[in-house]
Design a protein around this ligand. Structure first.
Ligand code: F6P
Ligand code: MN
Length: 289
């Protein structure tokens, strides 16, 4: 199944092909480099390498005017300015959860295609998705039309499910951050959820969100006492994941409003991220109000 917008289709096909290379190239790139990304995190060799591969390929697509990534400070201008033309801006987290490289656990690549110049609100996304490097490589893609899941083999995508929707009955939850660092109101809410759902937390946003999309439930990386704006990045993680989950019939929140309605100040803004079944996000927002 191809996407009707040819530029979006080109972006998705390019990321699918590149993801297959990224997966193969992880072998031998499990070490760290002596650098930090713009969020102050130590970069893995694979983070830097995946960003270079993606920027080379995505920035060359006709109709893409900006490329930005969690691994580089500034937006790369690579075509017409999305602020004044019909060109799109593509934002990626090249290797989400790369600290899982050391323990050989799940990781992913996240992308968002914005119909606006970066940094942009999530409600300007025209497509977003992620590749999950699990036992098999899958792509979850959300567009205006639908959310679909594909298997990736040799860069080709095979449709597995055309209309992915969040199961109505929630089953799993995963919350990031250390419990003593959680604000009291979030801790009270989490205690309730722990007694209702089953814990699934693997330390890579993509792996944990895919559990929620598969079984129903909620993922949260809340505001912390030590870090009131949370850990995850709005442009590269919060918005694309919020878009996927909302399109699949769930909700997203920064604690008080949909992630897709948050006005960004900076390309690398952080935000608390909560996604999942409607009633769980409603309860979360009520608990934090
Ligand atoms: O990209 C940041 C990230 O690796 C996410 O993929 C993940 O959800 C989170 O950090 C895990 O953080 P922690 O190690 O605090 O659980
Ligand atoms: Mn990430």
């Amino acid at each position: 199944m191809t996407v009707s917008d040819p530029v979006v289709e080109d972006v998705v096909a390019t990321i699918s092909r590149t993801a297959t290379e990224i997966r193969q190239g992880l072998i031998g790139r499990r070490g760290t480099v002596d650098e930090e990304n713009p969020s102050g995190e130590t970069q893995a060799e694979a983070d830097v390498w995946a960003d270079e591969l993606l920027s080379d390929r995505v920035a060359g697509i006709d109709g893409v005017g900006q490329y930005a990534s969690e691994e580089r400070a500034d937006v790369v201008a690579c075509g017409d300015d999305p602020a004044t033309s019909s060109a799109y801006a593509v934002a990626v987290d090249p290797l989400d959860g790369s600290s899982n490289l050391k323990s050989n656990n799940a990781m992913g690549t996240i992308f968002g295609v914005y119909d606006a110049a970066l940094p942009a609100r999530g409600d300007t996304l025209v497509a977003a998705g992620y590749v999950l490097y699990g036992p098999i490589t899958t792509l979850v893609l959300a567009t205006d039309e639908t959310v679909s899941e594909y298997e990736l083999t040799g860069g080709e995508r095979t449709l597995i499910e055309r209309d992915v929707t969040l199961p109505a009955e929630p089953v799993v939850y995963g919350f990031g951050g250390r419990v003593p660092d959680w604000p009291d109101d979030f801790r009270e809410y989490a205690r309730e959820i722990e007694s209702e759902l089953k814990l699934r937390y693997g330390g890579a946003l993509i792996g944990d969100v895919n559990q929620v999309l598969t079984y129903g439930g909620t993922f949260g990386y809340p505001a912390l006492q030590s870090r009131p704006t949370g850990k995850l990045r709005l442009q590269f993680e919060g918005n694309p994941i919020g878009y996927v989950v909302e399109r699949a019939g769930g909700r997203s929140s920064n604690g008080s409003q949909s992630l897709l309605t948050v006005d960004p100040d900076d390309l690398h803004d952080r935000t608390p991220v909560h996604v999942g079944n409607d009633d769980l996000i409603e309860r979360l927002e009520a608990a934090l109000a």
